[in-house]
Write a protein that binds this ligand. Sequence first.
Ligand code: CO8
Length: 300
Amino acid sequence: PCPAGVLPLCRRPPAWDRAGRPPPSPLQPPGLPLAPCRSFSNNKIQVELDESSGVAMMKFKSPPVNSLSLEFLTEFSISLEKLENDRACRGVILTSTVPKIFSSGLDITEMCGKSVEHYTEFWRAVQELWLRLYGSNMVTVAAVNGSSPAGGCLIALSCDYRIMAENPKFSIGLNEAQLGIVAPFWFKDTFVNVVGHRVAERSLQLGSLHPAPEAHKLGLVDELVPEGKLMEKAAAVMAQWLALPDHARQLTKTMMRKTVLDRLVAHREEDIKNFITFISKESIQKSLRTYMEMLKKRKS
Ligand code: CO8
């Protein structure tokens, strides 16, 4: 059983499939053990766990923009669950293999012209991912190596620490208002918990996408580093957080986040209904279609 207040996921038996262990390198001197590393990969996400440090690297690999489709969200949640259940894993670094993009947020095509059943399944998957990530017992570090609007920003905000590449062309924020839609209360709560009420209110109302230096000034990201140093810095931050005893850190995290998590858990079905009612409105559908057309026009 879990200690009081700790989310239950961490106490399940390890479920990692060890089949992914890489073959011994021919360059490895005989007799020396390999640095143990396990990996698994699916269509959209690749995960490597370094057993010696207890740190997993989770890389989004869904070009062109790592949009959070139902498939992406499902793979993401399953990957997190696998790591959460693996006693060898204590922390995870999230990053992207797509140049210049961390994640473009929720896949807008999943919210356009679909059935109520589809919207229900999609929104449940969005909730599920957030509950797992925000409530994770692992140390979570976002290495934001590109732009990260809306749902992409939410992923970063849900981590324990955010490091962003200092390129001013990369921007991050909850820009929902620009699409004519409204960030749900739990997106807002997560944002407020990072930047405070005033900054969140202004940024949400304006649907701001903040260039990296501005995001740093607002506290939306904790640190900026040159792009080439991002992973090195993420590893150093992770080591610092892992130097503390897990139980104390986990209980503290739970204490800080539980109220916000519990709010969604208590209102999950209502939140799904609200999403469906909102997204099914013809005026909202029109806004989303116009926004997608704008993206395409901007391209040409
Ligand atoms: N969903 C679906 N498709 C997308 C998305 C997306 N979020 N973002 C980009 N695409 C598509 C583009 O339409 C384009 O498609 P195509 O090649 O067919 O023309 C392709 O991806 C590549 O996009 P770009 O050419 O624009 O790529 P760039 O590298 O120039 O720019 C950006 C990348 C900066 C990510 C840019 O595409 C962009 O700004 N995208 C929009 C991001 C955005 O606004 N996301 C918000 C999604 S909504 C959300 O996450 C929270 C919703 C909360 C719901 C609340 C409802 C109640």
